[in-house]
Write a protein that binds this ligand. Sequence first.
Ligand code: BTN
Length: 325
Amino acid sequence: MTTKEKILLLLSQNAGTMYSGQMIAEQLQISRTAIWKAMKSLREEGYQIESAPNAGYTLIEKADILNEVLIQQKLKKQLNVSVLPTVDSTNEEAKRLMNNGKNEDSLVIADQQTKGKGRLGRTFYSPKQTGLYMSLGINEMREDADPTLITTAAAVAVCRAIEKLTNLQPQIKWVNDLYLNEKKVCGILTEGIINMETQTIQSIVLGIGINVMIEPEELPSELQNVAGALFEETPSVTRNDLAAAILNEFYELYQNMHTKEFLEDYRKRCFVIGRRVSFIRNKVSYEGLAVAVDDQGALVIQVNDGTTTHLSYGEISIRLEEKNA
Ligand code: BTN
């Protein structure tokens, strides 16, 4: 850890507390000049550090600046964390890191994505400083974990983390979108990497994109009616804390995935059940009633033609007249 990171950690763990230069120097075993330089550099990065002669330094506000150390300190499982100001796609960067041969799980977070990827070949709008764009690269899937349920588990993990840190209660639109006030605030894109020898999914990249704070008018016009954000004003949570909480919740579920216990929570949060929906399969459009989510995370639909189908991938639309009824 660099001197700057050590100081940031100390001040952020005790935000509001005044630390004299001498206390910091003694605690971290560094010179007063090193402290002064680090404070200058932290202020330049945007941290609000107040100082008073003969009193010391204090971090007056938890700035929402993505930072590796501030994420690591909250993580229950140690990960190889990279924070980037900008990247094409955190999912792509996580894949590149996997190819470097390191075996531990890695987390890539970026302040902005220039080619954020959505499902079904779409793009994910990822402007700077407004969202949390993160990808977890799991090199070796646990043998007892079902890769097809990763997205389902992640949706529950994100809901739980948001609920723990805020007073918000997002809901899930099958299969992987989180909604708040009828607007999509989070999307999840899981990509699997197949081991050709065993023909099994060996590694996965779990990508999560959350609109943390964005004014509706800042969204591209085509998204204004469908996308929203967790907060419309200054968020009450930092992206560092949110990222760490999501990962902690996710690993908790991942380690016990074989029990499938999280599916009960998923079903409670999934607002699609009981709604009339439409979906497209093999270029044909169908309508029906969504009645359940099965143990494989598939949506069970009683189709209007009298059949019952288990939809395991793809996308559904909720019939508007039913939603407004
Ligand atoms: C969707 O809603 O279709 C899925 C969106 C997933 C977006 C996240 S943002 C972080 C990660 N990197 C990407 O390029 N995509 C995912």
